[in-house]
Write a protein that binds this ligand. Structure first.
Ligand code: DC
Length: 230
């Protein structure tokens, strides 16, 4: 039987991770952080001294990499070839390299299979950039979160400070803007809402309010599926 998927996409800092984790918890679904997979590949590329232009090596490296998302004490840990990189992949330089790497079609192809395999193993809340458009086009519910650039930069800045990473706000803003521009203009699977996605503007909303909106959409969808049409 096909397992239900809730796809939550949007640009950096739109609140996807916070919301997706809470929705997964509320529904008892598994949580798939697709960005973590791109970050894991970028982390290994940095470890191997590769640069964005070393496309051939990056593709080969990706095909020979094992990334695991494992649940531990209610938290998701990210393992690359058995090494725990959960914290390391959140470094800004990893995010900055993940973006050009994610524009390489062969890398996306490998990660597409990882993501679909995850989805086959159980009901999933997936968050990323193309989970509703490419990875899970048949997702039961598709949501696209947005927020203004300033608000997204503020959130990312705060998140980095909480991790002990102190980067000037303007730098965070410039990085996010450049990343969104690259993610939206790339050839393969660009960042854009699926035609059947529900757009939610998260400006001036608490995570709980956004989660409630998403759960409402899920309830409406699941109820209508359970009700036979006359
Ligand atoms: O969501 P994030 O910041 O962890 O994502 C890191 C990068 O990975 C982001 O710049 C674009 C890329 N990405 C992607 O191309 N497709 C996804 N489904 C998820 C992330």
């Amino acid at each position: 039987m096909r397992q239900p998927v809730i796809a939550i996409d949007g640009p950096a800092g739109a609140g996807k991770s916070t919301v997706a984790k809470l929705v997964a918890k509320a529904l008892g679904y598994r949580y798939l952080d697709t960005g973590a997979l791109y970050r894991a590949v970028a982390w290994k590329a940095i470890r191997n001294g590769l640069r964005p232009q070393d496309t051939h090596y990056i593709v080969d490296m990706t095909r020979h990499t094992r990334v695991e998302l494992v649940q531990s004490d209610g938290e998701q840990r990210v393992l690359v070839d058995g090494e725990d990189v959960t914290e390391a992949i959140r470094a800004p330089e990893v995010g900055n390299l993940a973006s050009p790497i994610s524009a390489v079609p062969e890398v996306r192809e490998v990660l597409l299979e990882w993501q679909r395999e995850f989805g086959r193993q159980g009901a999933t809340v997936a968050e990323g950039r193309d989970t509703g458009t490419v990875v899970f086009p048949d997702a039961a519910v598709k949501v696209f979160l947005t927020a203004s650039l300033d608000e997204r930069a503020r959130r990312r800045h705060r998140e980095l400070l909480e991790r002990g990473i102190d980067i000037p706000f303007q730098q965070v803003k410039v990085d996010i803007e450049a990343r969104d521009q690259r993610d939206s203009s790339r050839h393969v699977a660009p960042l854009r809402p699926a035609p059947d996605a529900v757009l939610i503007d998260t400006n001036n909303k608490t995570p709980d309010e956004v989660v409630e909106e998403v759960l409402k959409i899920c309830r409406a969808r699941f109820t209508s599926e359970a009700t036979p049409s006359t």
